[in-house]
Each structure stands twice: as structure tokens, then as C-alpha cells.
Design a protein around this ligand. Structure first.
Ligand code: TNX
Length: 512
């Protein structure tokens, strides 16, 4: 008798045993029969040098604050004693892990996250959160058990620059709303928050030497509803909150175009000395600073100084996009002068791709927003040729304000419809042909807000596409695979439900 062995079906529990992580880590292996269970008496231990102990403790406190809410356990955080804590968080790992790298090991009795810095520890803890059941993210106490399948993970990012941009000019967003956006973006290991702080429709950051920028220039937004602006104290609160989530704020003051709010606030900034009215429409390209006037550079010197003082990060974004009302020869004069006022504050210059037409200071970053067009690709190569880095924000893939499909109730479509796959299925290093290897610093997903006036709409456009851009920024090229990603993305749905994220349930994803 010849018995045929039925093909071994994948055991049902297999997919549950291999947790779905976004971004996909560099390496991940299962440890069979090593399930960890969090207990009411579990202890979290922090092992760090004296220098890093505060920051490391804070990472532990952020983790336990959430887990106490959902589990109801006490979860005390203590300096680690060998062989003692159930969850061990260490910043005493080897320097070879890099600033953001970490190792994570889940065994029957312990979970260990090891990094070389508090930042690496933070990235590892975001992974740990995704390894726990989705209900660990709940706001109220849930029933256990709180199990994590045994695994070993070694992980570090592909790119140093992994960002998202929020346009707070077209519609203003409060400090609380920006914090919520930081909460959600940081879950996917994004490390840059680019704030688009000025545009035609509103100036949103207090500048003491030019107070009317906010008192008048910030008073409205698109459609004429009341706008708003951040005081220095409020802005500092955003910077601090971002830092606590290991995100660096990149402030953008858009110049020489996109400046109607400033021109309306100060007549002397206009070439004809006449202040235009405030603008609440959604056209672009009609405003320009007066390139030939000295006061323009006095203004920018003051603005970049005050903005730099409020931003510990080393990058200031000077815009430079769509200067359709600035004669090109003026543009070529203007950008190097504005850039010099940024470097004078010991900051690196960042700007939209158009700045690559001008000589750029060392350490500059050009932000690609093209749609596979020749001109944009040429600008990216021009940036690289002069030693600048390029951050990839292709509008037809990375713009979170583009509609998913024709039925998306808001958003724009000038760069095309961007479904979840289109946003994910590309390679930042090879998108622009003939861009030298190493020129790409990373990726950024901007969310422009002409049509987005509240947090629900922001969340709907950012989720589920933002995690895909985050994965492009973090995971190795070899790990990028739409079919596998799609499966992992579906598992985020239950987390977003716990976090009350208003995400778009894209029909091609199997949400669970
Ligand atoms: C283009 S992309 C802009 C923004 C708009 C956006 C809308 C870029 C650098 N400028 O001014 O808000 O399109 O999608």
C-alpha cells in the first residue's frame, strides 16, 4: 500500500506567529515555542549609561504609559538588574547598530530590545508595539492574554531621511492636531516632520521682528475661514513633542513665490510698495518677493534667524517652488542670497527641486516633486552634480493629497490618482534615471491642505498610504514587495481602529 502524504498545509497559526510589521525589518526569524506573555507583575528594566539614562527611561515610560492603559498592569520601570526584568530595554548595544538600529529578541521569559542610542531604542520599541496584539493600543483596559510570539529581529534604516510634510498654511492645524499627526507618523519610524509654515494663504509662525506676519498674515486660510498661527511657546511645544517621538522638525518658509501672506502684511516688501489683499483661494504662482529690494533680505535675515533659533534641527527649508511670477534671472539671483542667510544661521539649506538651477551651499538638500517628467529629473541630477542630496517626494506617488480614485471625496488629482499600490510600488534610489548612487537621502510624503480642513480628512488621505512611504524609507530594497506588503498592511487596520484613525479602507486590502 502506498500512502500518499497530503501536501503539508501551512498551519493555520503560522501567519499569526509571524507578526506583520511595517516597516519590514532587515531580518526577522521566529523562535518556535518561545511565546512571551506579559503578566500583571511584569517589570520593565532600563539598562543605559548615566549619560543616556534620562532619554532611555523616557522611551520606557512612553511604552508603559500606553500598556498600562490597555492592560491595566502596573508595569514599573526600573534600572535593570541582571536576570530580573521581563522587558529589558538597553542602550548599551554595540555602536555597530548605528544611531537608529536595534535588535529585538522575544523569548518565553523575556523581551529584550538592544540599541546603541535612545533613538535606536525608540525605533525598537515601535516594533515591539506592533508585535503586541492590536488591543494593546486601546485607550481603555482590555482583557489579555498579552502574548508575543518568539522572534529575533535585527533592524536598521535604509535612508537617514524619512519624512512627512504637513501644510499648515492652506488650512491651519492646532498644536493638538499636529501632535496627533506626530503620534501616528512616528509609529512607522518616520524621523522628519516638515512643516510648511508660510504660503499665499497664511503665515503660521510668530516672528517677533515682523509681528504682522501672524496677526494679519495668519488670520485667514483657504475659503476665508479663520486661520491661526503658533506662538513661540506653542511652536516650541511642537518641536519638543516631535523630539520625544524622535522626529526632527524641518521648518519651511516658502520663498520667493508662495508669499502673498507676507506681502499682504507689509507693503514695503512689494516692488510697488502696495500691499495686496489677503488671499483665500487655491491658485499658485502669482506672488513673489521683490528680488531687487534690500528690505527683502533684511526681512529674510530676521525670519531665518528667528526660525533657526526655534528649531534645534540642522535643516531650514526655503521653499523655492513654483516661482512663476519671479523672472527666472531674478530667481537665480534670489536663491543663493536666501540660501546664504540660512547658512549664516549654521543650518543646512533645503528647498524644492527648482533650487538646483542655482549654485547651492555645501550640505544642501533638493526635494524632488516631479512626476517622471524630464525637467524634474534633470533638476534632481543637477542637484546631485553639485554635491547636494535629494529627497524623493514624487507627486504622482508620494503626495498624500492626491485622490486615491475618482470617488475620493476630497484631495486633488493634478499629479494623477494615487492608489495604495502606486504610493508603495517604487524604488527611491532608481526612480530618477542616472542619479548617482548615494545622492538620495531618503523620502518624504507631503500632505498639502487646500482641500483638507480637518484632522479626519488628513488621516483619511495619509492612511493607508503614509506607512508605505515610511517602509520605502526604512526597509531594504530587497524587502519591498507589494503582495507581501499588502498582507502586512491589512493587519494595521485593527490597530487603527483602536487608535480611532479615520483611515480609507482601500478595497484591494484585506483589512483585519
Ligand atoms: C504643488 S509641489 C505645490 C503646492 C500645492 C500642491 C498641491 C509644490 C512644491 N508645490 O503649492 O499645494 O502642488 O498638490
Amino acid at each position: 500500500l502506498i500512502a500518499t502524504t497530503p501536501a503539508l498545509a501551512q498551519p493555520q497559526s503560522y501567519s499569526q506567529a509571524v507578526p506583520a510589521l511595517i516597516p519590514q525589518p532587515t531580518s526577522q526569524h521566529t523562535l518556535p515555542n518561545q511565546t512571551f506573555t506579559l503578566k500583571p507583575w511584569s517589570i520593565v528594566g532600563v539598562d543605559s549609561s548615566a549619560k543616556e539614562s534620562r532619554a532611555a527611561k523616557k522611551v520606557a515610560d512612553q511604552l508603559t504609559a500606553q500598556l498600562r492603559r490597555s492592560t491595566g498592569y502596573r508595569l514599573p520601570v526600573l534600572p535593570v538588574l541582571p536576570g530580573f526584568a521581563d522587558i529589558r530595554l538597553s542602550t548599551n548595544g554595540p555602536a555597530s547598530l548605528g544611531t537608529e538600529g536595534y535588535q529585538l529578541r522575544v523569548e518565553r521569559s523575556t523581551v529584550t530590545v538592544t540599541a546603541a542610542t535612545p533613538e535606536g531604542l525608540y525605533r525598537g520599541v515601535t516594533t515591539l508595539r506592533q508585535l503586541l496584539p492590536a488591543k494593546a493600543d486601546a485607550k481603555t483596559r482590555q482583557a489579555g492574554p498579552w502574548r508575543i510570539a518568539g522572534t529575533t529581529i535585527a533592524d536598521s534604516p535604509r535612508y537617514a531621511y524619512r519624512g512627512t510634510m504637513l501644510d499648515v498654511s492652506r488650512h491651519f492645524f492646532s498644536v493638538a492636531e499636529v501632535k496627533r499627526y506626530i503620534d501616528l507618523a512616528s509609529l512607522y519610524k518616520l524621523n522628519k516632520l516638515h512643516l510648511h509654515l508660510s504660503d499665499d494663504q497664511g503665515w503660521r509662525i510668530q516672528i517677533d521682528s515682523w509681528p504682522r506676519l501672524t496677526t494679519y498674515g495668519g488670520s485667514l486660510e483657504v475659503n476665508g475661514t479663520p486661520g491661526g498661527s503658533y506662538t513661540k511657546a506653542q511652536y516650541a511645544e511642537i518641536v519638543r513633542y516631535a523630539a520625544d517621538h524622535y522626529m526632527t522638525v524641518i521648518p519651511e518658509i516658502d520663498t520667493p513665490g508662495h508669499t502673498n501672506a507676507a506681502l499682504a502684511s507689509y507693503a514695503e516688501l512689494n516692488c510697488d510698495g502696495v500691499a495686496p489683499p489677503l488671499y483665500t483661494g487655491t491658485d499658485v504662482g502669482f506672488s513673489s518677493l521683490c528680488v531687487g529690494k534690500d528690505i527683502t533680505y533684511k526681512f529674510l535675515d530676521d525670519v531665518f534667524r528667528e526660525v533657526s533659533q526655534q528649531n534645534p534641527g540642522d535643516i531650514v527649508h526655503l521653499g523655492g517652488d513654483e516661482a512663476h511670477s519671479t523672472p527666472h534671472s531674478d530667481y537665480l539671483t534670489f536663491v543663493p542670497k536666501a540660501a546664504a542667510l540660512v547658512t549664516k544661521q549654521h543650518k543646512r539649506v533645503m528647498g524644492w527641486q527648482e533650487i538646483a538651477d542655482t549654485p547651492l551651499p555645501a550640505g544642501s538638500i533638493a526635494q524632488y516633486w516631479g512626476t517622471d517628467d524630464e525637467r524634474s529629473q534633470e533638476l534632481a541630477r543637477k542637484a546631485a552634480a553639485q554635491g547636494a542630496k535629494v529627497v524623493m517626494s514624487p507627486a504622482n506617488r508620494a503626495y498624500l493629497d492626491m485622490k486615491y480614485d475618482e470617488s475620493t471625496p476630497y484631495g486633488q488629482d493634478w499629479a494623477g490618482l494615487v492608489d495604495v499600490r502606486t504610493a508603495y510600488d517604487w524604488n527611491p534610489s532608481t526612480l530618477v534615471p542616472d542619479l548617482p548612487a548615494g545622492a538620495v537621502a531618503g523620502v518624504e510624503a507631503p500632505i498639502w491642505t487646500e482641500t483638507l480642513d480637518d484632522l479626519d480628512k488628513l488621516e483619511y488621505m495619509a492612511f493607508p498610504r503614509l506607512p508605505g512611504i515610511a517602509e520605502l524609507g526604512w526597509s531594504q530594497a530587497s524587502a519591498l514587495d507589494w503582495t507581501a506588503y499588502k498582507g502586512r498592511l491589512g493587519a494595521q487596520g485593527s490597530r487603527w481602529d483602536e487608535l480611532s484613525v479615520n483611515f480609507y479602507r482601500a478595497p484591494e486590502i484585506d483589512w483585519h
